[in-house]
Design a protein around this ligand. Sequence first.
Ligand code: FES
Length: 133
Amino acid sequence: MKDVNPKRRKILKNFVKALPFIGGGAFLYPLYKFTSFEENPKDSLIIPLSELTSSISKYPNVFIRKEDENIYVFNSKCTHLGCGLNIDDKNQKFVCPCHDSEFDFNGKRLKGPAKRDLDMLSFKIKDSLLYIG
Ligand code: FES
């Protein structure tokens, strides 16, 4: 039998010892993301209505869609495991970079693995300011 390089053997041994931690991390990270998922962003936002010029505006943890005089506010976290969504303006949808869930600009789920629509957030308007949260 061929003699194995002791240095290589040691590296292999350490890798085998680390496998449970690597596997545990791969299992625990999605679990952590799921349990730390917030339906409503903690921090409240105050946005001047004059800032809302384009159809979709992105702020920390929220998307705001302005259509004529109507305003819709969505939590910008994916309803699957809470990753931050990206805006696909060309195709008029929100896309999750983690597992490819998709939502239309009304927050309706188009494609999973997310099983439900985006969370709409309540807001109020006072003195030309939009208050969220
Ligand atoms: Fe899994 Fe968005 S977090 S699809």
